[in-house]
Design a protein around this ligand. Structure first.
Ligand SMILES: CC(C)(COP(=O)(O)OP(=O)(O)OC[C@H]1O[C@@H](n2cnc3c(N)ncnc32)[C@H](O)[C@@H]1OP(=O)(O)O)[C@@H](O)C(=O)NCCC(=O)NCCS
Length: 284
């Protein structure tokens, strides 16, 4: 997701990509649509978290470090048909961890689960447009004048990227050691973090990341530009770079979701096109 929270993208996992233990296996076929591929990716991604649990047809990831919704949610496996008892077990798990029950999924990929969850008192939080970019479709955009853009891995740069991200998204929490470690873990598995800096002052001003591909699917997330530097083409250049980097390491589908038309324009400019929608629901 181009937006933050970067729900499925910033979780620490226990191993690097070659050893990644994915407990939900994606079935990949060239004929699968982008929404179907992303639905499989979401279940596989959350199932690779060391802290994940499976409750009936739900893969659940709950963080012991933070109650932030981005790190505490469940994903129904595609075409899930949960029983009332399984939904009860899901609610009990969130309650035991003092977390708000919340799910994310590709719209249309879990219709029976959605109906059952709504009956059980969940309400719709958002439906967000999803965009995707296939190899060859990323539009090479020039780095804006007076800006440098690079992929980074040093803790200091990752701290700067996270600071820009928090500032851009209005997150009040300071950057923590765990945040930096999550990005190091992401890079260790084959993902990328991009950072834009002012070429003169070296002040960080824009950032974004892309996850390592799982069965050819990768997600762009946490794209943000400081207010002072917006409207110069930084985010669109970052997205184009991130999509290309993911394609280079084997992604055939790079996707993200967007908050609204203004943000969508940034990604359309970078070569992404509409490819479906994602749903967030919760029970408060
Ligand atoms: C959304 C966001 C990342 C865009 O960042 P940005 O660096 O300003 O994005 P860009 O500069 O690439 O594009 C934004 C606008 O600037 C314009 N622009 C791009 N290059 C330009 C240039 N050289 N000169 C003037 N304007 C330019 C673009 O045309 C675009 O305008 P449009 O959408 O009306 O066509 C930024 O507003 C942000 O951080 N928002 C908060 C976090 C967020 O919502 N992230 C994305 C969630 S989906």
């Amino acid at each position: 997701m181009g937006r933050l929270p970067a729900s499925s993208s910033l979780h620490a996992r226990s191993s690097n990509s070659s050893k990644l233990k994915v407990h939900f296996q994606m079935r990949v076929s060239p004929s699968l649509s982008t929404p179907a591929l992303v639905a499989g990716y979401m279940a596989a991604d959350i199932s690779s978290r060391p802290d994940h649990q499976r409750i009936g047809p739900f893969m659940v990831g709950l963080s012991s470090h933070t109650a932030h919704p981005a790190y505490n949610y469940a994903v129904p496996i595609p075409d899930a048909a949960p029983t009332r008892a399984e939904i009860g077990d899901l609610l009990a798990l969130f309650a035991r961890h003092h977390r708000t029950p919340r799910l994310e999924y590709v719209s249309g990929s879990a219709e029976q689960a959605e109906a059952a969850l709504l009956t059980a008192g969940f309400t719709l939080d958002q439906r967000l447009p999803m965009l995707a970019c296939r190899p060859g479709a990323a539009i090479p955009l020039p780095t804006p004048m007076g800006i440098t853009i690079s992929t980074v891995s040093e803790p200091r740069d990752l701290f700067d990227a996270l600071s820009v991200q928090n500032d851009a998204y209005g997150e009040a929490e300071p950057v923590s050691v765990q945040d930096v470690q999550r990005l190091q873990s992401l890079i260790g598995r084959g993902g990328y973090v991009a950072l834009a800096r002012d070429a003169i002052t070296h002040r960080p001003c824009g950032t974004g990341l892309v996850t390592e591909p799982i069965a050819g699917v990768a997600e762009v997330a946490a794209v943000g530009t400081l207010t002072s530097h917006r409207g110069r083409g930084i985010a669109s250049a970052l997205c184009s770079r991130l999509a290309k980097a993911a394609h280079h390491v084997g992604a055939t589908t790079v996707f993200l979701d967007v908050e609204g038309p203004a943000e969508e324009a940034v990604y359309l400019r970078a070569g992404f096109t509409r490819a479906g929608e994602r749903t967030w629901i919760s029970r408060r």
